[in-house]
Design a protein around this ligand. Sequence first.
Ligand SMILES: [Zn+2]
Length: 263
Amino acid sequence: MLGWSFNLFRIRGIQLAVHFSFLLLLAYVGDEGWKQDGMNGLLWSVATLLAFFTCVVLHELGHSFTARHYGVGVPRILLMPIGGMAEFDSIPRRPSQELLITVAGPAVNFVIAGILWFVARFPEDWDPNMTPGTLNELACALFAANLVMGCFNLVPVFPMDGGRILRALLAMKLPYLRATFWAASVGKVLAVAGVLLMVFWWHNYLGGVLFAFIFIAGEAEYRAVKRREMEDAYWRQLFARTQVVPPVIEPPLLTNQEPPLLG
Ligand SMILES: [Zn+2]
């Protein structure tokens, strides 16, 4: 399903791709804007959505450029209605590197929020849920969105950023697979709590679906790590068994005999 996407452009060698379902979101948001305020409403709601997803891309670029700094290839960033996903060639096993790569994403959101805090003028009756109708209102809305995005990603629900940070911290003390197991377990409990809270407390069914998706993604990634660890162990064992022992090079025998004198 993740294959249903089309490419936009490259950012310093990283392909930006958009999932087709994103177009549905764009159409939905445009329609809602049109119903509220005709053409003006349509343009502002589409502009707000695109500005919001530009921040999502910047968040992913924060991860991507830090990852590249550590030699991890980043072929693609995929945008979906639920957010973005930077695809890495590999995940560095050094916990300190994974920690920095992960922290870099939310850090970008906090930097953007910090800049907008100085740039925007917040009206007395400011409502972050209001659809912006001016550039200043757009700046205010993006300030709130970046603050929420930064904080939400830090919730330790694996495989979201907070869960990865937890895994990296645990991996400093535990083997990688155990660290992933515990981070995924904490994440799954929180994801179930998230589903229940969203559905029964806030009646936000889309939020419920999002947490269910995170639950499934967390379990899938734990299984992938487990499979890879088992494969690694298998190859290590096989290699140990079939390894050709290099011939031992004996040092030349030392003799007490003096070399015969020539002449
Ligand atoms: Zn992130």
